[in-house]
Design a protein around this ligand. Structure first.
Ligand SMILES: Nc1ncnc2c1ncn2[C@@H]1O[C@H](COP(=O)(O)OP(=O)(O)OP(=O)(O)O)[C@@H](O)[C@H]1O
Length: 284
């Protein structure tokens, strides 16, 4: 396990205690536009744990992700951040290279004689078997995000960072992607930090939901729901209410309840489909 802090954030340390935790952050500060966007933030993510990160717009979610992805060397700050070297990032847009075929996009930069085979397997895992030679432009937005997931997971990252990866997709595609992501994570077991604005998405996918407020973690709640999550689980409803209250969202329960039901049903259906057939669903 390696350590990391940006050039202007000089506290670097190897630590045996980091073995049980993929990520350990203590007192993290990042200053942007004259403001401490991250202000003494503490957060740990255990090996294989799936954490969803919520927070109002501008609360610093992307800033935290950039710190973990080592994309913030020019941002002043301080504190301690321990994270693995092997990190993959999935963004809202798939960021595929348009002049490379799908398989070439997935294996780009991958070493080893089995790289191509691993790329093929990864594409099959996301439901794109047989599309290896297609061009990105031939794919829908959801399919492009499947390639983006394949490109990330083929590297077997210890930490997967996802910044609103489904934010640009339509509701149905998003629900299908929830099931796919959950299943891929169960298989590959990276630690995951998923940034989302969607409380229902967080509850449908995560083992733990944390909420960022004024540069620190204001809420840190476990999701005590079975893998196959049920829409009528009182724990899900209680968790949603708690998170929405913290976010200051005034809305009727029925309006959000419908979205949560869809998200949970979608994830469960994808899971059942994967288990029943033993293969990933076809690309949609
Ligand atoms: N390069 C920059 N210069 C100045 N301020 C910045 C810069 N980048 C981000 N900020 C500010 O830092 C704060 C946190 O931004 P960040 O993108 O991390 O928020 P976020 O929680 O991800 O927001 P959103 O949910 O809207 O994506 C915002 O107030 C933003 O305006």
């Amino acid at each position: 396990m390696a350590t990391h802090l940006g050039r202007l954030n000089p506290v670097l340390r190897h630590d045996d205690a980091a073995r049980a935790a993929t990520v350990r952050i203590e007192g993290l500060v990042r200053t942007l536009g004259g403001r401490d966007v991250l202000n003494g933030l503490q957060l740990s993510i255990a090996d294989g744990e799936f954490v969803a990160l919520l927070g109002r717009s501008g609360s610093g979610k992307s800033t935290l992700l950039r710190a973990l992805a080592r994309l913030d060397h020019d941002v002043p700050g301080g504190g301690e951040l321990i994270a693995p070297d092997n990190v993959s990032v999935v963004f809202q847009d798939a960021r595929l290279l348009p002049w490379r075929r799908l398989l070439d996009n997935v294996v780009l930069g991958l070493d080893g004689p089995d790289a191509v085979e691993r790329g093929r397997t990864a594409l099959a895992e996301v439901g794109l078997e047989g599309r290896e030679r297609a061009w990105p432009v031939e794919l829908s937005g959801g399919e492009q995000q499947r390639v983006s997931l394949a490109r990330s997971l083929v590297r077997e990252p210890q930490l997967l960072l996802a910044d609103e990866p489904f934010g640009a997709l339509d509701a149905l595609t998003r629900i299908r992607m929830h099931g796919l992501l959950r299943r891929l994570c169960e298989r590959h077991r990276p630690a995951v930090l998923l940034v989302t604005h969607d409380v229902d998405e967080a509850i449908a996918l995560a083992d733990r939901v944390v909420l960022l407020e004024e540069g620190r973690i204001a809420l840190d709640l476990p999701v005590r729901l079975p893998v196959s999550r049920r829409r009528d689980d009182p724990e899900a409803a209680a968790l949603r209410d708690r998170l929405l209250r913290q976010l200051g969202v005034e809305t009727t329960e029925s309006a959000l309840g419908g979205a949560l039901e869809s998200a949970l049903e979608g994830a469960a259906a994808e899971q059942a489909h994967g288990k029943a057939t033993g293969v990933e669903p076809e690309a949609r």
